[in-house]
Design a protein around this ligand. Sequence first.
Ligand SMILES: Nc1ncnc2c1ncn2[C@@H]1O[C@H](COP(=O)(O)OP(=O)(O)OP(=O)(O)O)[C@@H](O)[C@H]1O
Ligand SMILES: [Mg+2]
Length: 232
Amino acid sequence: MIEFQNVSLEYDRRVCALRDVSLSISQGECAFLVGASGSGKSTLLKLIIRELKATSGRVLLRGRDLAQLPGNTVPKLRRQIGFVPQDILLLPNKKIWENLAYAMRAAGHTQREVRKRVPEFLDRFGVLYRANAFPSELSGGEQQRVAIARALINNPLVLLADEPTGHLDPEMSADILGVLLDINNKGTTVLMATHDIMAISKLHQRVVTLSKGMVRGDMFGMGNLSLESASV
Ligand SMILES: Nc1ncnc2c1ncn2[C@@H]1O[C@H](COP(=O)(O)OP(=O)(O)OP(=O)(O)O)[C@@H](O)[C@H]1O
Ligand SMILES: [Mg+2]
């Protein structure tokens, strides 16, 4: 589904955020991306949505080289991918329900579908009671849940989530992890960057560790990777 072949990414000559990364994520897989701050997690995710292009090497999605995609097909690519950015980017001037409705309309859904599906999703993520509020009126954790709901509302093939539990308390964080695993069980490929090593260590899922832009570990569960080397 997702393949990195010897990918390097230099923001400029001094900042090499990824170095010779090779990584393959199969359809239906769930993988967590861990590593110290600055190790390249967000950069790796941004390459998959073509927000960035590899400096060298190739990034493939379902066998297609993303660097070769014409610019006008990038929106179509992004509709297949649910993305929860690290800095929650809800539209500030639109109400919560409108944020979800907007994403659905952009993907070509009808008003009728929007009216049915948006409340269902807000309810599923426990934010239906805030449907008419603006993003700035929600807590960080509530905004995070809306961002996840929005990323999932068009049934993406792949869900990329960058620290989606960063603003959540441990209980809510476990809840969100449960939701993501559930979505994965239903067939969506999930790749999630996180610092929450304690939470994922219990899950026995694939964990890819980045260190200074390189893949340093790739295993099921946390193995004997120390918390220190994975860096919280
Ligand atoms: N737009 C940018 N311009 C220049 N350098 C950047 C840019 N974005 C990120 N970097 C650098 O690239 C490296 C990797 O950053 P990235 O955001 O991918 O790390 P991260 O693993 O997501 O970190 P965090 O856990 O703090 O979110 C860092 O050294 C960072 O300073
Ligand atoms: Mg990041």
